[in-house]
Design a protein around this ligand. Sequence first.
Ligand code: ATP
Length: 331
Amino acid sequence: MPSNARTAMVLLKIFRISFLYALTAVRHIEHFRLSVSRPLWTVDSCYNWRHNKSCQAIFGMVRVNPRQSGANPRADATESNFGAERQMIDIKDLHASYGQLSALKGIDLTVQAGEITFVVGPNGAGKSTLLKCIAGLLKPRAGSVTFKGKSILGEQPERLCRNGLALVPEGRHIFATLTVEENLRLAAMHRKDSAEVRADIEKAIETFPILGKRFKGAAGYLSGGEQQQLAIARAILLKPTLMMIDEPSLGLAPLVVDQVYDSLKKLNETGLTLLVVEQSTARVLDLADRVAVLRNGKVVLNQSGDQLGDGEALETAYFGYKVDHAALVTD
Ligand code: ATP
C-alpha cells in the first residue's frame, strides 16, 4: 500500500477514535450535570426506561429525554393551549377496536371540572379501553375526544400527562424494587419546581400517611391497599387537573376500599376532577356527580348524581334486566 494511503488510513482511524471519545465525554458531562440537580437513580432510570412501553403507559413522561431537561417550548406551547374550561372531557361517538373486535361502539360522555364521574359496567364492557383512548394509549377508530376544549386525539401519552391528564392504571403498576420515595420522585422527574415537588410529596404523605411510614422501604413490600394508595399518590405528583383511576377497589378488602375512597373524596374536595372506572356500583350512590353505565361497548345509562335516586335504574342498566330483590331473598 502506498505510504500516502497508509497515512490517510491512520489519520482516519485517529479521527474516528477522537470523535467517539468526544461523544462519550459529552454524554458524561450531561449525565453529571443532571445528576447534580437530580438524584442519580432518576437519571439512570430515565436512560434505562425511556424506551420502555409500560413506563410510558403509566407515566408518559418517563420517555422525556433528559437532554431536554431545560425549557421545552413545544410542551410549554401546548400547556398554554389548554384554557380553563368547565367541561374537562368531552367524548363524542367514540369507536375503538382490537383487530376485528369492536370494544367501543359509539361512546358519548362528558366529565365536568371539579366533579367525580363514574364509569361502571361488567367485565369486558370497554371501561379500560375508554380510559386508554382518553390517555392516548390506544388510537380510536372514529369519534372525538377533547380535553379542556382541545382535541387530544393522536396526542402522545406523555404530553397529555404533562398537560394534567393522569392515569392510575388497573393493577397499580408500581415499581416494586424501588422505595416509596423513589416511586414518588420518579413521577415528578419531568418537573423543574423542586420546592413544589417536595411540597407535593408532603401533601401525598398527608393524604396517605402510611406512605410516610414506609417512605424508605421497597414498594413491593406494601400491601395491596398501600400499593393502591402509592399509585394514586404517584399520580398526585404529576399535578393533574384530571385523574383517571381504573378499578381502585380491585382486590382490596372492604375496609381498605373505604380508606382509598375517603382519600379520593378528599382529593376531589381540593378541586381535583376524577374519572373513576369500577366494576361495582357500590360507591356510586354516595360519591358520583355523574355516572355512565357501559355494556358491550355502549353507554346504556348516563345520569347525574341527583337523578340516581335509589339506584334502581342504575341496577337495571348494569344487569340489562330489572332485578327482583324479593326473589333473591332466601332463608
Ligand atoms: P374489566 O372490568 O374486566 O377490566 P373492561 O370493561 O375494562 O373489563 P376492556 O378491558 O376495555 O373491558 O375490554 C373490552 C373488550 O376488549 C373485551 O372484550 C376484551 O376482551 C377486549 N380487549 C381488551 N384488551 C384487549 C387487547 N389488548 N387485545 C384484544 N382484545 C382486548
